[in-house]
Design a binder for this molecule. Structure first.
Ligand code: NAP
Length: 248
């Protein structure tokens, strides 16, 4: 399929559902060969089946030590290069800090932060190589959250992991931007995914009388596509995308 990413290889983590699946479909439509990463093989296969040229499915639990390295190695073996990494896999286990289940915290730190750093580390040598190729740039985009910038009670540890992703990304940006690896973050507000709607209902923010505003997953996928299809001279390093009616 021809498009402005033709000839490129993109890895999308958390591509079996929600925002990640939409990003993978968008990047494939823009011409990239995509590698889909998440734990559920069946769900990955369903996403891959929606891509006319197919996709590489890499079932992996990214919280397991070494999984990110194995995954990147497999993509390089099968596709020969890596031009775009989208760190999207993440989870929000929200609730008060007082009396919280510390296992929920560990899980969010392991997936939202540690796996993002591990996958970035494993991908960077290949992104640096790709940036010296004909496209002239490579891209590393992480899906953070507006929660990482506008902190609210009840989501402290989720917000902390996303704020850490923003800090890690900005430090990495300064380190590699002169070598043409563009590092960007997206800070979505509420996006209509199964997980987000459930969490919002539990917090009493989405009721029949007062329905919460949501973006569509494709709104965020379009933002990622925008970032990775800019001309090589232009880097979009941070993008906040909220539903128009969302105040915080
Ligand atoms: N929805 C929102 O309102 C919203 C707002 C701001 C930011 N975000 C961020 O957007 C990203 C995507 O969220 P979403 O709303 O699209 O949720 P989602 O549909 O639950 O997607 C999460 C993805 O992560 C994968 N995943 C979970 N644990 C994993 C693990 N251990 N190893 C590998 N993959 C794993 C899941 O697949 P498997 O279960 O198959 O592993 C799934 O593909 C997250 O980083 C989230 O924090 C979402």
């Amino acid at each position: 399929m021809m498009g402005s990413l033709s000839g490129s290889v993109a890895v999308v983590s958390g591509a079996s559902s929600g925002i990640g699946a939409a990003i993978a479909l968008r990047l494939a439509t823009a011409g990239a060969r995509v590698a889909l990463v998440a734990r559920r093989p069946d769900a990955l296969a369903e996403v891959a089946a929606r891509i006319p040229d197919g996709a590489v499915c890499v079932p992996a639990d990214l919280t397991v030590t070494g999984a990110a390295d194995d995954m990147v190695r497999r993509v390089i073996d099968e596709c020969g290069r890596l031009d775009v990494l989208v760190n999207n896999a993440g989870e929000a286990r929200v609730g008060p800090i007082v009396g919280a289940d510390r296992g929920d915290w560990a899980r969010m730190v392991d997936l939202n932060l540690e796996a993002t750093m591990a996958l970035s580390w494993a991908a960077l040598p290949h992104l640096l190589d790709a940036a010296r190729g004909p496209r002239g740039v490579a891209d590393l985009v992480s899906v953070a959250s507006i929660a990482g910038r506008r902190v609210q009670a009840g989501a402290g540890v989720y917000a902390a992991t996303k704020a850490a992703v923003l800090a890690f990304s900005e430090s990495l940006r300064q380190e590699v931007t002169a070598r043409h690896v563009r590092v960007g973050t997206i800070l979505p507000g509420a996006v209509r995914t199964e997980a987000a709607v459930l969490a919002s209902r539990r917090a009493g923010r989405d009721t029949r009388d007062a329905p919460a505003p949501y973006l569509d997953v494709d709104d965020i996928a379009g933002a990622v596509e925008f970032i990775v299809t800019r001309p090589p001279r232009m880097a979009v390093n941070e993008m906040i995308v909220r539903p128009t009616e969302q105040e915080s």
